[in-house]
Write a new protein. Structure first.
Length: 206
Protein backbone atom coordinates (compact mmCIF):
# COMPACT_ATOMS: atom_id res chain seq x y z
CA UNK A 1 0.00 0.00 0.00
CA UNK A 2 2.81 2.35 0.88
CA UNK A 3 4.43 1.62 -2.49
CA UNK A 4 1.19 2.42 -4.32
CA UNK A 5 0.79 5.69 -2.44
CA UNK A 6 4.35 6.67 -3.29
CA UNK A 7 3.76 5.83 -6.95
CA UNK A 8 0.57 7.87 -6.97
CA UNK A 9 2.36 10.79 -5.36
CA UNK A 10 5.17 10.62 -7.96
CA UNK A 11 2.65 10.56 -10.81
CA UNK A 12 0.86 13.58 -9.42
CA UNK A 13 4.11 15.49 -8.96
CA UNK A 14 5.19 14.60 -12.50
CA UNK A 15 1.84 15.66 -13.90
CA UNK A 16 2.00 18.95 -12.02
CA UNK A 17 5.53 19.57 -13.30
CA UNK A 18 4.45 18.89 -16.88
CA UNK A 19 1.55 21.28 -16.48
CA UNK A 20 3.87 24.01 -15.26
CA UNK A 21 6.24 23.35 -18.17
CA UNK A 22 3.39 23.47 -20.68
CA UNK A 23 2.12 26.73 -19.25
CA UNK A 24 5.63 28.22 -19.41
CA UNK A 25 6.01 27.20 -23.06
CA UNK A 26 2.60 28.61 -23.94
CA UNK A 27 3.35 31.86 -22.15
CA UNK A 28 6.65 32.22 -23.97
CA UNK A 29 4.96 31.47 -27.30
CA UNK A 30 2.22 34.04 -26.84
CA UNK A 31 4.75 36.56 -25.53
CA UNK A 32 6.84 36.09 -28.69
CA UNK A 33 3.72 36.46 -30.84
CA UNK A 34 2.74 39.62 -29.02
CA UNK A 35 6.23 40.99 -29.46
CA UNK A 36 6.20 40.15 -33.17
CA UNK A 37 2.86 41.76 -33.83
CA UNK A 38 4.07 44.95 -32.16
CA UNK A 39 6.67 45.48 -34.90
CA UNK A 40 5.65 47.48 -37.95
CA UNK A 41 7.41 45.94 -40.96
CA UNK A 42 7.18 47.41 -44.46
CA UNK A 43 9.00 46.95 -47.76
CA UNK A 44 10.14 50.10 -49.55
CA UNK A 45 11.20 49.95 -53.18
CA UNK A 46 14.86 50.76 -53.87
CA UNK A 47 15.91 53.12 -56.67
CA UNK A 48 19.14 52.43 -58.54
CA UNK A 49 21.01 55.26 -60.24
CA UNK A 50 23.94 54.92 -62.61
CA UNK A 51 26.00 51.77 -62.66
CA UNK A 52 27.31 52.21 -66.20
CA UNK A 53 30.62 53.97 -65.62
CA UNK A 54 33.71 52.83 -67.50
CA UNK A 55 37.40 53.11 -66.76
CA UNK A 56 38.91 56.21 -68.42
CA UNK A 57 41.46 53.95 -70.06
CA UNK A 58 38.68 52.14 -71.92
CA UNK A 59 37.27 55.18 -73.73
CA UNK A 60 33.67 54.23 -73.13
CA UNK A 61 34.06 50.53 -73.84
CA UNK A 62 32.52 48.26 -71.16
CA UNK A 63 35.77 46.31 -70.86
CA UNK A 64 34.85 44.72 -67.52
CA UNK A 65 31.78 43.16 -69.15
CA UNK A 66 33.50 42.06 -72.35
CA UNK A 67 36.45 40.63 -70.45
CA UNK A 68 34.21 38.71 -68.07
CA UNK A 69 32.11 37.52 -70.98
CA UNK A 70 35.08 35.88 -72.66
CA UNK A 71 36.47 34.67 -69.35
CA UNK A 72 39.63 36.75 -68.92
CA UNK A 73 40.68 39.46 -66.42
CA UNK A 74 39.96 43.03 -67.51
CA UNK A 75 43.66 43.93 -67.59
CA UNK A 76 44.36 41.03 -69.95
CA UNK A 77 41.73 42.29 -72.36
CA UNK A 78 43.05 45.86 -72.08
CA UNK A 79 46.55 44.69 -72.95
CA UNK A 80 45.21 42.73 -75.92
CA UNK A 81 43.14 45.67 -77.14
CA UNK A 82 46.15 47.97 -76.94
CA UNK A 83 47.42 46.15 -80.06
CA UNK A 84 44.29 47.10 -82.02
CA UNK A 85 44.05 50.09 -84.38
CA UNK A 86 40.36 51.12 -84.42
CA UNK A 87 38.91 53.14 -87.28
CA UNK A 88 38.55 56.89 -86.68
CA UNK A 89 35.22 57.97 -85.22
CA UNK A 90 32.49 58.29 -87.83
CA UNK A 91 34.26 56.13 -90.43
CA UNK A 92 33.85 52.55 -91.58
CA UNK A 93 36.71 50.23 -90.62
CA UNK A 94 38.95 48.99 -93.41
CA UNK A 95 38.37 45.22 -93.93
CA UNK A 96 42.10 44.54 -94.03
CA UNK A 97 42.63 46.41 -90.76
CA UNK A 98 39.73 44.52 -89.21
CA UNK A 99 41.51 41.25 -89.93
CA UNK A 100 44.77 42.57 -88.53
CA UNK A 101 42.98 43.71 -85.39
CA UNK A 102 41.33 40.32 -84.98
CA UNK A 103 44.66 38.55 -85.35
CA UNK A 104 46.22 40.83 -82.77
CA UNK A 105 43.43 40.14 -80.29
CA UNK A 106 43.45 36.39 -80.78
CA UNK A 107 47.20 36.16 -80.49
CA UNK A 108 46.90 37.73 -77.03
CA UNK A 109 43.65 36.06 -75.93
CA UNK A 110 44.08 32.65 -77.55
CA UNK A 111 46.33 31.34 -74.74
CA UNK A 112 43.37 31.95 -72.39
CA UNK A 113 41.13 29.71 -74.46
CA UNK A 114 39.28 32.52 -76.23
CA UNK A 115 38.09 31.53 -79.70
CA UNK A 116 37.24 33.77 -82.63
CA UNK A 117 33.56 32.79 -82.35
CA UNK A 118 33.39 33.61 -78.65
CA UNK A 119 35.16 36.92 -79.10
CA UNK A 120 32.75 37.94 -81.87
CA UNK A 121 29.70 36.85 -79.88
CA UNK A 122 30.59 38.81 -76.75
CA UNK A 123 31.95 41.85 -78.57
CA UNK A 124 28.82 42.17 -80.70
CA UNK A 125 26.57 41.70 -77.68
CA UNK A 126 28.06 44.73 -75.91
CA UNK A 127 28.59 46.84 -79.03
CA UNK A 128 26.87 50.24 -79.06
CA UNK A 129 27.19 53.70 -80.58
CA UNK A 130 27.96 56.14 -77.78
CA UNK A 131 27.81 59.20 -80.07
CA UNK A 132 24.13 58.44 -80.67
CA UNK A 133 23.33 58.29 -76.98
CA UNK A 134 23.13 54.52 -76.92
CA UNK A 135 24.14 52.21 -74.11
CA UNK A 136 25.19 48.59 -74.34
CA UNK A 137 22.65 45.88 -73.59
CA UNK A 138 21.61 45.81 -69.96
CA UNK A 139 18.76 44.83 -67.66
CA UNK A 140 17.87 47.08 -64.69
CA UNK A 141 17.85 45.43 -61.28
CA UNK A 142 15.11 45.61 -58.64
CA UNK A 143 15.27 45.44 -54.84
CA UNK A 144 13.48 46.62 -51.72
CA UNK A 145 14.55 47.80 -48.29
CA UNK A 146 13.10 46.14 -45.21
CA UNK A 147 11.95 48.78 -42.72
CA UNK A 148 11.11 47.75 -39.14
CA UNK A 149 9.54 50.38 -36.91
CA UNK A 150 10.88 53.13 -39.13
CA UNK A 151 14.42 51.76 -39.28
CA UNK A 152 15.96 50.21 -42.41
CA UNK A 153 17.37 46.81 -41.44
CA UNK A 154 18.56 45.53 -44.80
CA UNK A 155 17.94 45.02 -48.49
CA UNK A 156 16.49 42.20 -50.58
CA UNK A 157 17.38 41.89 -54.27
CA UNK A 158 14.35 40.67 -56.19
CA UNK A 159 15.91 40.91 -59.65
CA UNK A 160 19.69 40.99 -60.04
CA UNK A 161 19.65 42.66 -63.45
CA UNK A 162 22.65 42.52 -65.80
CA UNK A 163 25.02 44.77 -67.71
CA UNK A 164 26.20 46.94 -64.82
CA UNK A 165 29.82 47.97 -65.32
CA UNK A 166 30.10 49.76 -61.98
CA UNK A 167 28.12 49.63 -58.70
CA UNK A 168 24.94 51.73 -58.98
CA UNK A 169 23.89 54.18 -56.29
CA UNK A 170 21.15 52.98 -53.94
CA UNK A 171 18.42 55.25 -52.60
CA UNK A 172 15.30 54.53 -50.55
CA UNK A 173 12.29 56.82 -50.87
CA UNK A 174 11.55 58.56 -47.59
CA UNK A 175 14.97 57.67 -46.17
CA UNK A 176 17.40 60.14 -47.76
CA UNK A 177 20.22 59.32 -45.34
CA UNK A 178 20.15 55.59 -46.03
CA UNK A 179 22.60 54.12 -48.53
CA UNK A 180 23.91 50.72 -49.49
CA UNK A 181 27.08 49.22 -50.91
CA UNK A 182 26.40 47.21 -54.06
CA UNK A 183 28.52 44.19 -54.91
CA UNK A 184 28.46 43.13 -58.55
CA UNK A 185 28.90 39.69 -60.06
CA UNK A 186 30.67 39.21 -63.41
CA UNK A 187 30.20 35.96 -65.31
CA UNK A 188 30.52 34.50 -68.81
CA UNK A 189 26.72 34.45 -69.17
CA UNK A 190 25.16 37.61 -70.60
CA UNK A 191 22.03 37.29 -68.44
CA UNK A 192 24.07 37.38 -65.21
CA UNK A 193 27.19 39.30 -66.28
CA UNK A 194 27.29 42.59 -64.39
CA UNK A 195 24.43 41.61 -62.09
CA UNK A 196 23.86 42.70 -58.49
CA UNK A 197 25.09 40.07 -56.07
CA UNK A 198 24.23 41.85 -52.83
CA UNK A 199 23.48 45.20 -51.18
CA UNK A 200 25.01 45.94 -47.79
CA UNK A 201 23.49 48.58 -45.54
CA UNK A 202 25.86 51.47 -44.98
CA UNK A 203 25.75 54.40 -42.55
CA UNK A 204 22.43 55.76 -41.30
CA UNK A 205 19.41 53.48 -41.03
CA UNK A 206 16.65 56.09 -41.01
Amino acid sequence: MVGMKNSTTIVKVFAAAMMVFACSVAAAHYSAMAQGTSDHVVQVQVTFSGGYDTDPRDRGRPVVLVAAGIGVPADVFREAFSRVKPAPAGTQPDPAQVQLNKQALLSALGPYGVTNERLDLVSNYYRYVRSEGQLWRHTPAAAYATVVNGVVTGFVVTSAGAGYSSPPTVSVRGYPNVSGIVTLSFTTHSDTNGSIKSITLEGATK
